[in-house]
Ligand binder design. Sequence first.
Ligand SMILES: *[C@@H]1O[C@H](CO)[C@@H](O)[C@H](O)[C@H]1NC(C)=O
Length: 468
Amino acid sequence: MLIRMPNRRTATNVVAVMLVFLFLIGLVLPSSRTTVRDLLFTKGDATPAPKQQDPPRPKYKPTPTYLPPPIKDNFPLLATSKPPPIPQWNQPRSDMHKEYDLPVAPPLLIGFTRTWPLLLQAVVSYITAGWPASQIYVVENTGVQQANARGQLSLQNPFYLNHTVLKTLGVNVITTPTLLSFAQLQNFFLSLTYTHSWPYYFWSHMDVLALSFEDGREGLTPPYNQPGYKTIYELALTALRDARAPGKKWAIRFFAYDHLALVNPEAYEDVGGWDTMIPYYMTDCDMHTRLTMRGWGQEEAKAGIITDVAAALEDLSALYRVEGVAVRFTDPNPPPPKEEGDKPKTRKRWAQEEAVVDKRDTAASQHDTRGEDPNLQRWHELRKISDKMFQHKHGDRERNTWQLGQHGGEGEPFHYDAAGFAEALDLITETGREVFRRKWGHRGCDLISGAGLKYDDAWKVEKDWKKR
Ligand SMILES: *[C@@H]1O[C@H](CO)[C@@H](O)[C@H](O)[C@H]1NC(C)=O
């Protein structure tokens, strides 16, 4: 017989197993689960009304108890009149670049994303120190499309930029088509050299205040009132002429760390530009080391005093040396009022930096201006205030957040939450650091001296540190 009839006991077992199996399936299948559950657990009412589920509700972060005060227009004069004349000794001669064998005037590019008062201060300081306004290009990298050109944003909006003011100052504005990272912006600068046929360009950070050596500087320039005086612009052109001397394979000249830099696009091209996979921090490390690996020189040069700041002068007329204007700055992002029982935070970590700050401060403030030529007196006042602003920026590292002062603009075109923007940038920055670590298998900036890496080693090496 092919199929044997099971005996009675086996049959009972098979049926029992099948019933248990069906019951389990019933529990697992969502559709039948309710039926089974109801069958087993419902007491009394066999068909209860479907339970009213609360709609999902987000849990909000606590509202900040403190916000910095609104910012103020730091060049109120422009609302009613043209800018004052720049100090006569800093007025650039026309076509000065031709005196330095340059067929094309090198532009100065200044990228802008947030904090208009600082940008305006940087631009005005370059102009009043002698940089020709027509050669300054503000690169608006806000991501707000045409909103600023149409005047749709308010002063309290972090991305506010006033096109009219920049035009009044004689400065050019180029708007990026979308928000670019730092590395992308640098590559955008390179792309502009192709568009405009610029053989070289300067670029500056926007959180700086520039001054010429109006008191004279050994080996560079005599004081402002003596023949042969050179402004920051003319010294920058001098550095460019020197860099172009035959036989030099040069990529960059750095002025005051990298607050201002002069770029040779040929060098950037040779290393394939900036690595946009490393969008912010460490990308300079990556770029500058790759340039070194391929023999492109990067040296320091001096052109002026370019100070790293996080605050803006209350009235930029001071940079034009307008009589009676107070040389003062306000903290755009003051610390929240102290709460009872706040413990003083440990400051030891920054002691070294503060020492540097103190030294700078003393050097500038020890200068006695009594009986001095009034022009130099005014210049020394600016020099002192720029040192104070440097100290303000670097003295309290726990709130080195000049980007957070402005926080308005709700409801305006392309609005983006200010704190969210800052937090997102931090995350992208950290990811960039990780990309750098994986690209070179090394965590520090010392890719050559600390890891013996060569240009072609990128992405080809194992990491050189052990897990702890
Ligand atoms: C730009 O600045 C000018 C001059 O101060 C002012 O009249 C104008 O209202 C400003 N534009 C915007 C959009 O704030």
